[in-house]
Design a protein around this ligand. Sequence first.
Ligand code: VGL
Ligand code: ZN
Length: 204
Amino acid sequence: MKALLIVDIQNDFCPGGALAVPHGDEVIEPTNALLSEFDCVVQTQDWHPSDHLSFASNHTEKEPYETIEMEYGEQVLWPDHCVQGTTGADFHPDLKTIPSQLIIRKGFRKHIDSYSAFFENDHKTVTGLHGYLQARNVNEIYITGLATDFCVKWTALDARKLGYAVHVVEDAVRGINMNGSVDAAFDEMKTSGVNIVQSKQLRG
Ligand code: VGL
Ligand code: ZN
């Protein structure tokens, strides 16, 4: 059984948002077009408390995009984004969310960021998604959404580690791109066995 996993298509990651991914809204149309091809559709939602420690504003003398050491390793500091209950955290209004069967919220623990849909950034704390997918006999995952070089990449790598067949839909993802991080993300994903596909190949 295959699943479509739609990562973080939220206002704050789209143009005009607090952590806008360049051309982030371009992932919406190809994602919507794929919905009818899947019997299992899951979305993720970045969902931070306002005192989240991934926000530069919650550290003294730190600017967005600087890094700090957290207990689990290096952490990029971000502009405040996807704060629980705000419009920025809402899904983009053009994304068709009605077919989604499960919404996984992540990043809600103050002390730990969560890029992957499976594990938080300590690579230990689980989101529950793996249990859900196992219970539904999913063994193959197609990923769309934002951002290629953070949440999409970590979701794809963890899915491979957990044994899923993983496809990233290239025309339905966009990246933040810090120092070539989008190209590096595609390299890392391919090396781990992620298959790169185009949405038109999947539309029946
Ligand atoms: C993301 C940075 C911080 C993402 C989430 O969705 O890729 N990136 N929070
Ligand atoms: Zn975040």
